[in-house]
Ligand binder design. Structure first.
Ligand code: GLN
Length: 480
């Protein structure tokens, strides 16, 4: 069976018409992932026993005439910053190379309750810090569209697995662009929902006020189905929203004629001409479909990167303090004293990017600098959020590029953190504002590198976002 291209809807139809069983599907998906993985290094672990156990439950329900759930039999990959009971969860870090969590993240539990088959854990930048997946302690991931290039990051493994067909869908996490940017680099759909829409329980914290879990998929329908399963209030995460979960798939069929689309002028500066060309074609397509396109301004955009790297490093320096050699982590074997154990474990275990961020974050939070940096960044964050509120007074959605450039070569930006940080210039603002945003495939550059178009809407207007994305996809956005 060809598992590499299946959609969720095809799997549901295939199971119900007895074309294949969930166990057969899981077996072939596992074999395919094992055979293909050396090309990308997307999977850090394949969970054969767990996948087959889930598949057997689905088959049992089907033969008992029960509803096995909307994700029945769907081979799903999980970014390795999301905890899985009894399955090693490394966060791409040497520190956690032996960490086996005692519980499942809420999103994982919901996927399995909906019949999903957890295939394995996916590579990522260490503690989700990075834009290229090169900060993983377990080696970089290669882009399936161009093996000498990065898949983007930090959810590089999730995007690569979905693009490669070794997962039908995957969970990623996004703090400043880590779902959308790799989705755009690999040519798949990536969704960052409204902050609080999906429970963070079991997502290893990087920057808690910015962290989101969201789906990656090969089409908008699959992303909408997966989000529908994982979204919703969770008593285990006090920041998860009470708002009822809307029917995202139903929204995909509403017409877009008359929808007002804003193009923020600040997002069309400094991008490569190839990327610009594709996004302009995408916008033209939306116009042809009857959308009204207006130029808008988000004037605080130039401050977003600085603001983000103060807030996220501040939060990271606090969140990463727990990895001290006492619990969770490996422990330095050289340490003789308690102080040495802390210093040596952290010194040996964290990679360079994490250390850089811990130092920066500690600095911006320190007495004397707190007001100058951290407090000011919080104020700028509020201004960025207000820019979006103002824009949404006149438009229903914003459309922008996801990244100023397509997938770059492995190693190309490794020695220049600032260049790397600039990859996220168009995604960070949406994360800071906590609004729903997604990347949809928007053709490719002349070199054949995928380009993603970003759609952003008001808080909790995931239906509006899916409506536009699905329409764009149907109208041929993929193949421009
Ligand atoms: N690339 C950004 C960073 O390095 C975003 C990461 C993320 O969204 N997790 O922080």
């Amino acid at each position: 069976m060809e598992t590499g291209k299946l959609t969720i809807a095809q799997i549901q139809a295939g199971l119900r018409s007895k074309q294949f069983s969930a166990v057969e599907l899981a077996e072939s998906a596992l074999a395919f992932a094992e055979a293909e993985n050396p090309k990308t290094n997307a999977y850090l672990l394949l969970a054969a026993d767990r996948a087959l156990a889930s598949a057997r439950r689905v088959d049992a329900k089907l033969s008992a005439g029960e509803d096995p759930g909307p994700l029945a039999g769907v081979p799903t990959g999980i970014k390795d910053v999301i905890v899985t009971k009894g399955l090693r969860t490394t966060c791409g870090s040497k520190l956690l190379e032996k960490f086996v969590p005692p519980y499942d993240a809420t999103a994982v539990a919901r996927i399995e309750n909906a019949g999903g088959v957890l295939l394995g854990k996916l590579n990522c930048d260490e503690f989700a810090m990075g834009s290229s997946n090169e900060n993983s302690a377990f080696g970089p991931v290669r882009n399936p569209a161009a093996p000498d290039r990065v898949p983007g990051g930090s959810s590089g493994g999730s995007a690569a697995a979905v693009a490669q067909g070794t997962a039908v869908v995957a969970l990623g996490s996004d703090t400043g662009g880590s779902i959308r940017q790799p989705a755009s680099f690999c040519g798949v759909v990536g969704v960052t929902p409204t902050y609080g829409r999906v429970s963070r329980y079991g997502l290893v914290a990087f920057a808690s006020s910015l962290d989101h879990i969201g789906p990656l998929a090969r089409n908008v329908d699959d992303a909408a189905t997966l989000l529908g399963v994982i979204a919703g209030r969770d008593p285990m995460d006090s920041t998860s929203a009470f708002a009822p979960v809307q029917d995202y798939r139903a929204a995909m069929h509403l017409p877009v004629r008359g929808m007002k689309i804003g193009l923020p002028k600040e997002y069309f500066e400094g991008l490569t001409s190839d990327t610009r060309l594709q996004i302009e074609k995408g916008v033209r397509l939306l116009r042809q479909e009857g959308c009204e396109v207006l130029e808008v301004s988000l004037p605080h955009t130039p401050y977003a990167i600085a603001c983000y790297y103060i807030i996220c490093t501040a939060e990271a320096s606090s969140n990463l303090a727990r990895y001290d050699g006492v619990k969770y982590t490996i422990r330095s074997s050289r340490a003789q004293t308690l102080q040495d154990m802390y210093r040596m474990t952290r010194g040996e275990g964290f990679g360079a990017e994490c250390k850089r961020r811990i130092m920066l974050g500690t600095y911006v939070l320190s007495a004397g600098y707190y007001d100058a940096y951290y407090l000011k960044a919080q104020k700028v964050r509020a201004l960025i959020a207000r820019d979006f509120e103002r824009a949404f007074e006149t438009v229903d959605a914003l459309v922008t590029p996801v990244s100023p450039f397509p997938a770059f070569k492995l190693g190309e930006k490794l020695d220049d953190p600032i260049q790397m940080y600039l990859s996220d210039i168009y995604t960070i603002t949406g994360s800071l504002a906590g609004i729903p945003c997604m990347s949809v495939p928007c053709g490719a550059t002349s070199e054949g590198l995928p380009v993603g178009m970003q759609i952003l809407t008001r808080h909790f207007d995931e239906p509006g976002m899916f409506r536009l994305a699905a329409h764009f996809e149907r109208a041929g956005g993929f193949t421009l």
